[in-house]
Design a protein around this ligand. Structure first.
Ligand SMILES: [Fe+2]
Length: 224
């Protein structure tokens, strides 16, 4: 792909991305998940968890797809690092290819409010369950082909995510977050997650980077 095309794509994505993150890097939204209801409803999927990024061995994480390529729960390849998957197989997917709702989307009502708000603009959405010692090492969420991604991210801590249970380290700082609260965050800056407890659940939502989603996200800021 020519440098001119890459520059053009990056320029238009950057103008969209900046519309969000001029407001901050870690922005609370007015979506709050009922975590007790979530825990009750997620039990029906006890046998559907998939080892997250299984090619890397056990890093103490299991995943459950809320959206996927085919609407199924196989985790192939959405519960892997898409970058590493592309390196291994030569197949390149965008976060936005994983937009088909799974049974988790349809049956776990506790997470539906935020999902239906962005329903026609969802990317890859998944719940991650950490064991004690489970982690995501420091990284940036970049796209595979371009420096500026075609999506943006929301993080929600769901269960066993108290101040001393799950550390979200963002840009070298430990973030204070409210359990159940949705946060928009600039995932281009370095971040990592570490769980000190078992069964810590988080919910990662990718949204397609387009003007409609940006408008909805800004309308959802907790602090207007
Ligand atoms: Fe990340």
């Amino acid at each position: 792909m020519s440098q001119e095309i890459i520059e053009k794509v990056n320029t238009s994505r950057l103008s969209l991305y900046q519309q969000l993150f001029i407001y901050g890097d870690f922005i609370p939204l007015n979506f709050k998940i009922d975590t007790d209801l979530f825990l009750n409803e997620i039990k029906q999927f006890d046998n559907d968890w998939v080892v997250y990024n299984k090619h890397k061995g056990d890093t103490g994480r299991m995943g459950l797809s809320v959206t996927s390529l085919d609407g199924g729960l196989s985790g192939e390849p959405d519960l892997q690092s898409l970058y590493e998957f592309s390196q291994r197989t030569g197949k390149v997917y965008s976060e936005n290819d994983f937009c088909r709702p799974t049974e988790v989307f349809k049956k776990v009502t506790a997470i539906q409010n935020i999902l239906t708000t962005f329903e026609d603009g969802l990317g890859r959405c998944r719940i991650v369950k950490f064991s004690a010692g489970g982690f995501f090492p420091p990284h940036r969420d970049q796209s595979i082909k371009y420096q500026v991604p075609d999506y943006f991210r929301i993080f929600i801590a769901l269960n066993n995510c108290g101040e001393n249970d799950l550390y979200f380290i963002y840009d070298d700082k430990k973030i204070k977050y409210e359990v159940g609260r949705a946060y928009l965050f600039n995932a281009l800056k370095p971040h990592s997650v570490f769980s000190f407890t078992k069964d810590a659940y988080t919910f990662a939502i990718s949204l397609q980077l387009n003007q409609k989603n940006i408008q909805k996200a800004i309308q959802s800021f907790l602090v207007k």
